[in-house]
Structure formats: structure tokens, C-alpha cells
Design a protein around this ligand. Structure first.
Ligand code: ZN
Length: 466
């Protein structure tokens, strides 16, 4: 029996050895098993990541004996070109090659991506149309497809739709936010200084982006007593229909009248194309001036009326401002004078008793035409009850400079020498009107008072030379 068993074992060993010899290397094989489907779709333009595979060495007779085995992969997938490709797993064992491939179809399945520009603080005023903040669409395959976007604004929301060349559709929706978060804007003249005794007009304006003109809803707190020098604060409060409240404040300084700081601003040779602009400035600063008028630019005669109505003094300069004509004889002078006063009367309803000689009473140009005429005219003017004015401060605009800044500077320098300055300047000259605002501001900030001339004002007479 023992001998028999030994014999069986021996036979088995021999059989096994023979099987091993005849099977050669086929005791083991390599098993490749793909994870997931054997055929998949990959997205165009996206990185393709294969799901992997399980590669094992398996004992043929005893398949439960298996062990992970090293492998290589060949990625044949070109995601940048539509088509069908293979992703392959390779292993080699004892000179034999094993492989398994997955079929990968690269397709464009993704819709374009729509991007909306959207500011979280953006809103649309009720009753207004939504103003597009911006949008774009990009498709991996087609590229920029922004131009193909269909945009539908139904008043509540905006829908954006676009599809790519494979029919993949994208849609984005924007809810329109209706609101009003901005209060009205209050505007007023922010000039601070006004002269004591002049009229202060509290002019203001309020405009709302939704409600429009809301000036009549403005509540004003504070007042200005123009007769009492001092600093006054005015507050303006206004709200719109969405309860956005705007508060604005301004300061007005009423400057004390100082008898040693009086300026009589005079403008000769106009009215001209610059006069309306000058009158606007005078109004802005509450300044009354004196105009020695001519009829040289007769298209602007109407300005004489405006000068008069806005409280300025209108006085005679010359109808023609032609030295050769007016200084030929006293008769010629008064004839020209009266023609000018006719124009003044037509515009204002009054004749003026105030005047200024062209060239001033000290002019020497009149020597060329008539000896002693200035002395005669000065005497005659007194008999006629007329008052003529010269000046004691020059702006320098009649020859010294054509620079607006210098015109202002000459006046600034000049008025500091006099407690009562009669300033010569010309509203016929562009650069004078260009520069005069600077002088007005300087003078008001420094406590000067502007007054119009009347028959009791300083005449600033020059010595008569002829
Ligand atoms: Zn003149």
C-alpha cells in the first residue's frame, strides 16, 4: 500500500513536470480588463482622461491566483480633432504582447458658454429700458459665437440664447433689477462772497434721474440778511420718489461795506459782442457797473437796454468815437453826444447826464483838430448840467496789454492805491471780458464794494491839456 501511494505521488509529479514542460511558459497569462465602457465619447477640446484598466498576471490553472502586472498606455486620442480614436493598454509577458483598446469618439457635445457682464450695483430706473451691461459667448469648437446670440428683453428679464454648429444650445437669463438708489442733484451758484446791501437771490435747482426736475420739492433752511455783514449757511434738502434724500449746503459771506474799498467799474466803447457775456458776469457777482456807451457796433444797441434794466449806469461816451469828427468843434462834439443820447433814450427811456470824453478830458489828440476844445467842452458841460468822469485806475487794456490775466492784475494792483477807484476798461475788447472775472473775485474776497457811478460819485478828473 505504501509502495502504491508513493507510486501515485511519483506519477503526479511526473505529470505536473510534463505539463509544465509541454505548456512551456503558459503557466501564466496576462489579463487586461478595461474599467467602464469599451466605447466612450470624449468632449472636444477637453483633456481626455481614460477610466483606466486592471492589468493582472493570472495563473492559468489556478485563475484565482492573480497579481497586478505593469503595463503601458498609448493615448491615441486627439481631442482637438473630431473623430474616433483608441486608447490602448499594453503589457508584455515572457515575450508575448497583450493589449486592449478603448474606442474613444471625440465629439462636440458641449453648448457654448454664455458670459454676462453684471455689476451687482447696477440697476435700471423704473420705466426705463435696461441698458445692456455686456455679454459674450464662446464655444470650444466654434470659438467666439457672441454675434450669434439671440437676445430677448421682455422687460423683466433678458434671455440670451445661442447654439453651436452641432446644435448644442445654451441659454442664460438676467433678471432686470429696477430701482432708484440715487438722490436728486442740487445745484446752485457756489460763489461765496456778496456785497453788503446788494440783493441776494437764492437760486437753486434740483434734478432727479427718475423724477426729473424736483426743484419745487426742495426745502430750504436758512436765510441771508444782505444788510448785515456775516457768514450765512443755507441748507437744501430734497428727496425723490424712492426716498433718496440729498442734502446740500452752501455758505454765503456778506461782506461789510468799507468806505475805503470802493470800486467804480467803468466799461467804455461798447456795447459789443462781449457785452452780454460781461453782463452775465456782473449779474453772477451782484456787481453794478457803469457803461460809457458808443454806437460803433450798432447791432448791440439792445445791450444798452439790458445794462439799464439790470441796474447799471448807462452814460454817454460817443456815437462815432471818431476823434477827427468829434473834436473838430464844440458843435461837432455835442452833435455826436446828442446822437448817442438819442440811442440811450430809445433803449432806456431816459437821457443820461453822465459822460466820458473819448480819450479822457486830458487827451492831447484833440490838439490835432481844435485848439482848446477840451477846456471849452468841460466848461460847456457844466453849463448843461452834465457830469464827466475820467479815471484813476487803468486796466491797461487800451494799449498796455492784451493778456486777460494782466488786465485783471493791473486792476488788482491799481485799486489798492485808492479808497475810491474809478477803473477804466473796455467791454469792446474780448480779452478784457475774458479776464475780468478774476478781478471781480479778488475784489469781493478782499472786501471791496462795487458801485455804479452817479452824479455824486468821484469824477477822477484829469488835468485838461488842451
Ligand atoms: Zn473810448
Amino acid at each position: 500500500m505504501k509502495k502504491f501511494l508513493t507510486g501515485v505521488v511519483a506519477v503526479l509529479v511526473i505529470v505536473l513536470v510534463l505539463m509544465g514542460v509541454t505548456a512551456g511558459f503558459k503557466l501564466f497569462r496576462i489579463d487586461i480588463k478595461l474599467n467602464g465602457e469599451e466605447s466612450v465619447v470624449a468632449e472636444y477640446g477637453e483633456v481626455y482622461e481614460d477610466q483606466g484598466a486592471k492589468v493582472e498576471k493570472v495563473a492559468i490553472l489556478f485563475p484565482f491566483v492573480r497579481k497586478e502586472y505593469p503595463y503601458e498606455t498609448v493615448n491615441g486620442v486627439d481631442v482637438n480633432n473630431l473623430g474616433t480614436y483608441e486608447y490602448t493598454y499594453l503589457a508584455e509577458f515572457n515575450g508575448k504582447k497583450y493589449e486592449k483598446s478603448r474606442k474613444v469618439e471625440v465629439k462636440d457635445n458641449a453648448p457654448p458658454v454664455i458670459t454676462l457682464v453684471s455689476d451687482p450695483d447696477f440697476y435700471t430706473l423704473p420705466g426705463h429700458e435696461y441698458i445692456e451691461e455686456g455679454f459674450s459667448a464662446f464655444d470650444k469648437y466654434d470659438g467666439d459665437v457672441t454675434e450669434s446670440i439671440e437676445r430677448i428683453d421682455d422687460g423683466e428679464r433678458v434671455t440670451y440664447r445661442v447654439s453651436d454648429s452641432f446644435g448644442n444650445q445654451a441659454e442664460a437669463v438676467r433678471e432686470i433689477v429696477y430701482d432708484d438708489r440715487k438722490g436728486p442733484e442740487i445745484s446752485f451758484d457756489d460763489w461765496v462772497y456778496i456785497q453788503q446791501g446788494t440783493a441776494f437771490t437764492n437760486k437753486y435747482y434740483a434734478e432727479d434721474d427718475l423724477d426729473g426736475d424736483v426743484t419745487d420739492r426742495v426745502e430750504v433752511y436758512g436765510d441771508v440778511d444782505t444788510n448785515t455783514a456775516g457768514e450765512y449757511k443755507i441748507r437744501y434738502v430734497v428727496s425723490d420718489s424712492y426716498n433718496n434724500v440729498t442734502v446740500a449746503e452752501r455758505t454765503v459771506k456778506v461782506c461789510a461795506y468799507d468806505p475805503d474799498k470802493v470800486i467804480y467799474m467803468t466799461f467804455d466803447d461798447g456795447p459789443s459782442r462781449n457785452t452780454d457775456r460781461l453782463l452775465d458776469l456782473l449779474k453772477k457777482y451782484n456787481i453794478k457797473a457803469t457803461f460809457f456807451v458808443t454806437d460803433v457796433f450798432d447791432a448791440y444797441e439792445y445791450c444798452i437796454k439790458r445794462e439799464y434794466e439790470e441796474g447799471h449806469t448807462v452814460a454817454v461816451h460817443s456815437y462815432t468815437h471818431n476823434y477827427a469828427r468829434i473834436y473838430q468843434s464844440p458843435e461837432a462834439y455835442w452833435n455826436d453826444f446828442n446822437l448817442m443820447n438819442d440811442v440811450i433814450e430809445a433803449q432806456t427811456g431816459h437821457r443820461s447826464t453822465l459822460f466820458r470824453f473819448p480819450g479822457g478830458s486830458s487827451n492831447t489828440v484833440s490838439f490835432n483838430y481844435c485848439d482848446g476844445i477840451m477846456s471849452t467842452l468841460a466848461a460847456q458841460s457844466r453849463q448843461k448840467g452834465l457830469t464827466y468822469f475820467d479815471w484813476n485806475v487803468e486796466s491797461g487794456d487800451a494799449g498796455r496789454t492784451t493778456d486777460p490775466w494782466e488786465v485783471a492784475q493791473n486792476l488788482i494792483d491799481g485799486v489798492q492805491w485808492h479808497s475810491r477807484s474809478v477803473c477804466l476798461s473796455h467791454d469792446s475788447l474780448d480779452y478784457t471780458v475774458d479776464g475780468i472775472e478774476r478781478f471781480f473775485q479778488w475784489a469781493l474776497e478782499n472786501g471791496y464794494t462795487f458801485l455804479p457811478l452817479d452824479e455824486n460819485s468821484p469824477t477822477a478828473h484829469h488835468g485838461i491839456a488842451n
